[in-house]
Structure formats: C-alpha cells, structure tokens
Design a protein around this ligand. Structure first.
Ligand code: PRX
Length: 669
C-alpha cells in the first residue's frame, strides 16, 4: 500500500529514478546512488582544495603545483606554480600509455553518395592525431606564431578544426574560434578585439548540400579592417574545392603541414596561461571575449564529462555532441573534456536533416553512439519531422542522453526519453555557460532522480544557490538569482581587455558580507527536492535555438541600415527555436515599411552578424513606445510580440504604438 502511495506521487510529479547500468547496456555507473553523489558533493564543497588536488593526480604535469587555489575575489588562481599542457593530456598521454592506436576522433562529412552513404569518413587514432597536431603546430610556428599570440579559427566541422585547437594549445597560442555561421563583420569585430595575427580557415564548408564560402568571409573581414587589420597570415584548408582565391598573406594548409616536421614537443605552460578566448553575447555592446586558462579548465571539463556522461574507456563507448566547435559546448564536450577520458569523440560536419531528417539517427546507428548530447531546439525539430525517422534506425546503443543550451520543455523531454532513449535512458539536462567552462547543474545518470524541465543538482565543486542581491538564499520554490558562491576550476578568468566589464557583469550583483558571488545572469528556483529550475535570463540576452544573442547587438545591426531610424528587439516564444527574435522598427523618411523592407533588413542582419540573428518577425511603427523618461517599453513590446496584446493582424502595416504605450505606461514604471 505504502509503495503504491510513493508510486503515485512519483507518477504525479514525474520523477524518473535512474535505471541500472544493465538496463541501458552500459558499464557500471561511476556514481550509482544519490547518497554517493551527496557524499562526494559535500567533500568537494567542504574541502575543494583536497578534492581537486585528488582529481589532478590523474593528469600529467611537467611540474606539480605550489598551491591548489589562491582566491582573491574575483580573481582565482588554480594550481599555481604548476606546469602542464592541455594538448599533452588530450593526446600525447594516451599515446605514451600505450593507447596510441585507439580511436580519438571519428568524423563524418556531410555529402552522401547515390546510395545515401556518406562519402567522407575518417577515424583518427591518438597517434595520428599527435602527428597531425604536431605538424600543424610547427606550421604555425613557421608563420611566426609563438606563445601568447592569439590565433583565430574560422572553419567548418572538419577534424582539422579540432586539430587546429589542439595545435594552438600545444604551443601555448590561445585560440579564438569563431562559429562558421558568423558574418565577415562579426569576424572583423572579434579579430580586431583580439588583435589576432593569424586566421585558420577553410575554403568553404558543406551545409545542407551547399557550400558556405568561409574564406570569402575572411577576405571581406580583412578588407573591411583596412590598415587596422592585425592579420599577417591566413592558412586555408581546401575542403570543398570551391576555388577560393588566394592572396599574398594566404597559404595552403596541405602544403604547409606537408612540409612541417611531425616532431613538436608540448610547451610547458603555467596553469594560468590563457588556453582560449571565446566571444559571447552580453546585454550591452559588442560580444565579449571570455578568457579561459589552462589547468583548471582542463580538470573541470574532463571531470564533468566523465561523471555527467559516465565515460569509461575500453568499454566501446562513442560519444557524440552535436554542437559546433564554434560554441563553448564544442570546446568543452567535443574536444577538451573528451580526449583526456580516452573515449572517442564523434564530429559531424552537416545539419540534422540533410539529406534526410533521419541523418542524425543514421549516424547514431552507424557508429553505435553511446552518449548523445544535443540542444532542445533540435529535439523540438525532430519531434516535428516525425517519429518514423528515429524509428527507422537502431538506437539501442545509446546509454545516456544529454541536453544543453536552453530550458527544455517537458513534452520535448518526454519525447527524447521515449523515442530516442527507448523509455529507459537517463536524460542529463546540463545547465552551464560560456563563462562557467563546464557543467554547473546536471543530473548524474546513475544517481540523480530527474524531472522533465529541471537541471536538478550542482556538479561537484559548484556551490550553487538561489540568492537575492544581499546573498540571502531564497526559500523553497521562490525565484531568485542563479549564483555560485565559491570559485571553481573552469570559471572564466576575465573579459579580454576589459577588466571593468568582468567585475561589473559577474561580480557586482550579489555579495554577502562584502564577499562577491558569481551572478550567472539567470533567474532560477529550487524545488522541495533541491532541484534547480532555470527560469530565464535577468538581462537582455536571448537564447535563440540555444544560441546566445544580445538584443542590443541585433538592434545595432538594424539601425546601421539606412532605412532604419530606430529599432527595438525582444524575444518572443517560438515553437522550435524556444525564443524567436521580434524587431520593432521605425523606418526612415522615404522608406516604406513593407515586405520588401522586411526582406532587406533580415538580409542586412545576416550580413552584420550571421543568419542566426535574423529577426523572425519585423513590425514597423512610426514611433517606439517609450516611458516619459525615454526608456523603450520592452515589456510592452514583449507582450505584443507574444501576441498577448493584439494590435493588428497585419504584421507589416505601419502602427502607431503611442496609444498602447500611454495605456501601459504605469505598468512599465
Ligand atoms: O540562460 C542559460 C542558458 O544558456 C545560457 C548560456 O549560454 P552560452 O554561454 O551560449 O552557453 C550555452 C551552452 C552551455 C545560460 O545563461 N542555458 C544553458 N543551458 C541551459 C540553459 N538554460 C536552461 N537549461 C539549460 N540546461
């Protein structure tokens, strides 16, 4: 009777208890009960230095550390005094321990032959990876790149992209990877900010059967910078034979690496040497360069990958994260967190529905993928495309399913579990950020009971809390700020070239007794079981298909067009993307707010930022609604965009929002 009672409560609140490892056909769970998690979590919070020192014993160091943590808020030094190299720990260590022939990277290109089979497939062993990385590292050196020089990488999802990242890490040249979907203008902004001397790119990349001309964007970016361009050399990989023109500063990847020696010892780097810069959107201005450093990032990403996905070498696992290396997810869970765990990481070049909506499932089937990690926006698209596509493939190899990037709606969660996870695989809903380097909140597959839509409990070493601005912890189920109260190894170390922005953005919102806490910029709450529920951003950042964009960035792009006097951009609910982009635009005199202008402006935003930033809806108004103090009434615009306030059925007619604004003025304050 009592058991039945529990059953019905579990049913009602939809708590899913972790399956046994046997049920999913995988190796024993590394963490197999909530008690074990709780004990280890407590250790990691009560004595973080002992906890991380123990983790560090599993890595290779040229020289051991003097101290585990030096914390002078908001500056952390982890493993100060030590010398190590991330590339060594990803690649060379596996070769030296006798695993050089095991697969490190498995890659599939997008194009398929007449029979539907992929025409480009590659598996790189650790030994082959070591050779390729070393040759490229020597080629970079021959172009004058030395420790500390920032190298920009703007490539499609080919193995050479991971090789490029590792080659930079090998010689201590921090990389700045720019997502291949970003525009020439976005490249120019980032290259200029980083003062990057060298760009690694491809002639083009395959996307849904078409070539995206990456090299052309690089050329346009360099040209637009004119004499201010810091770029001295460009290395071009021929991927698509699209005939990209070569200029005097350009050289050919195959020629340069072909001539280079395969012997390039890893640079002995300080723990706090910069590993990479990654630009991400904030609430104001241009994207900021998030700085990550060497030892702490390496330890944290490898450890979180291991526990979140239950990675166990020599058990025939193949891990697939569908992200692009242009985002933090690709950095941490395609490359740096995966390779030290000696479980092969799969890279795929193309989109999920080319040439068929079954493509992803064919890949899972073909390579017997054991961990599958994607974004809710993709899951919602799969749902729409139909169950017959996953049903046409054998997905029985999957042990753990992951999601990342945005809140997942319970319907998508259930579909994922039932249609992809055979109704048995645990789902790890991982909450984290470019700034956190790795997972901050997540279930562990063998230990944490899950609820659809909740990212459940903190990762080891993460002192997460829901706080108010005075650092007081919110009561159960009461919303507050997502806060981390202690430093963790992979935390960002700064905003490149902008110390003040680092302090203002992350360390000036929440403080307790003078001690600043890290404020993530998300609202959240904890339920009666201690589970976290992320409730959306506190700033003007929106999450479009799991990609982070600043509304101000899109506004700046719009007003840079001659037809626009003023623009306001807000997020709106979107069935697939989670959040869509709604723009309210006041056209300049002489310009008609019509369908043609909508097309022009969407194309203009794509040129300024990239296709991901194209507004889903543009509405013209002869004046933006403002408060008496001149602030744009964003809440009102959000209601209009969401359809809560219906002004006109016709999306493209001129509207005068001033009347609605007057009515709503009291609300906006
Ligand atoms: O708002 C949160 C959301 O994505 C933001 C971080 O974006 P970015 O730096 O681009 O990194 C995305 C990949 C790690 C967060 O501030 N977010 C990320 N994961 C989740 C999430 N929101 C809800 N649930 C998640 N699992």
């Amino acid at each position: 009777m009592a058991d039945q009672g529990i059953e019905s409560v579990l049913q009602e609140t939809r708590v899913f208890i972790p399956p046994s490892a046997k049920d999913v056909g995988g190796p024993e769970w590394l963490i197999s009960s909530l008690d074990q998690y709780n004990e280890m979590y407590k250790e990691s919070i009560d004595n973080p230095e002992a906890f991380w020192a123990k983790v560090a014993e599993d890595f290779h160091w040229f020289k051991k550390w003097d101290t585990v943590l030096e914390w002078n808020a908001p500056d952390a030094k982890w493993f100060n005094g030590a010398k190590t190299n991330v590339c060594y720990n990803c690649v060379d260590r596996q070769v030296e321990s006798g695993h050089g022939d095991q697969p490190a990277i498995i890659w599939e290109g997008e194009p398929v032959g007449d029979n539907g089979s992929p025409v480009d497939q590659r598996t790189l062993s650790y030994k082959e990876l070591q050779t390729e990385v070393s040759k490229l590292a020597n080629a970079l050196k021959s172009k004058g790149i030395t420790k500390g020089d920032i190298v920009t990488i703007y490539m499609g999802m080919v193995p050479e992209l991971a090789i490029a990242m590792l080659a930079c890490a090998r010689i201590g040249a921090p990389h700045s990877v720019i997502f291949g979907g970003f525009s020439a203008q976005a490249i120019a902004d980032r290259v200029g900010d980083a003062k990057s001397k060298m760009i690694l790119t491809c002639d083009g990349s395959w996307r849904r059967g078409k070539v995206v001309e990456l090299k052309k964007n690089v050329d346009d970016a360099i040209e637009s910078m004119g004499n201010d361009s810091p770029v001295e050399s460009v290395l071009v990989l021929n991927r698509t034979n699209c005939g990209a023109p070569m200029h005097t500063i350009d050289s050919d990847w195959a020629t340069e690496t072909g001539a280079a020696s395969a012997d390039c010892p890893c640079e002995e780097l300080e723990s706090e040497d910069m590993l990479f810069l990654l630009y991400t959107s904030g609430s104001t201005g241009k994207p900021k360069g998030i700085v990550h450093t060497t030892a702490g990032y390496m330890l944290f990403t490898a450890t979180t990958a291991k526990y979140t996905f239950n990675l166990v070498p020599d058990t025939n696992q193949t891990f697939w994260c569908t992200a692009d290396c242009g985002w933090i997810t690709g950095h941490s869970y395609i490359v740096y967190g995966l390779l030290p765990n000696r479980v092969p990481t799969l890279m795929f070049e193309g989109g999920p529905d080319y040439p068929t909506p079954a493509r992803f499932w064919q890949i899972v089937d073909r390579y017997k993928v054991t961990q599958f990690y994607t974004a809710p926006t993709a899951i919602r698209a799969f749902m729409k495309w139909g169950d017959e596509h996953p049903a046409s493939c054998d997905l029985s190899s999957i042990q753990v399913l992951g999601t990342v990037g945005e809140p997942i709606n319970p319907e998508a969660w259930m579909w994922y579990r039932n249609k992809i996870g055979r109704g048995v695989c645990p789902i790890v809903d991982t909450y984290w950020q470019t700034e956190t380097g790795g997972h901050v909140l997540t279930p562990l597959p063998g230990a944490t009971p899950t609820k659809p839509g909740s990212c459940t409990l903190p990762m080891f070493g993460i002192d997460a809390a829901v706080c108010d601005e005075a650092g007081n912890v919110a009561k159960e189920n009461v919303g507050g700020l997502m806060t981390i109260r202690k430093p963790w190894p992979a935390m960002l170390r700064g905003v490149y070239g902008d110390r003040q922005r680092y302090i203002d953005t992350y360390w000036s919102t929440v403080a307790k007794d003078g001690e600043p806490y890290y404020a993530a910029g998300d609202n959240t709450r904890r339920d009666e079981l201690g589970n976290f529920w992320i409730m959306g951003r506190t700033d003007d950042v929106i999450n479009v298909s799991g990609h982070r964009l600043g509304t101000m960035e899109v506004e700046s792009a719009l007003v840079s067009h001659e037809s626009v006097v003023e623009a306001a951009v807000v997020g709106m609910p979107h069935e697939i993307k989670g959040t869509g982009i709604a723009a309210f635009v006041t056209p300049a005199p002489g310009f008609e707010g019509d369908d043609d202008l909508i097309k022009t402006l969407r194309a203009h935003v794509a040129t300024e930022i990239g296709a991901i930033a194209k507004p889903d809806m543009i509405r013209f108004t002869n004046a933006l609604p403002k408060t008496r103090s001149g602030k744009i009434m964003r809440r009102l615009l959000r209601s209009i965009a969401a359809g809560d306030i219906n002004i006109t059925q016709d999306m493209s007619t001129l509207e005068d929002l001033s009347v609605v604004a007057k009515l709503s003025e009291k609300d906006e304050g």
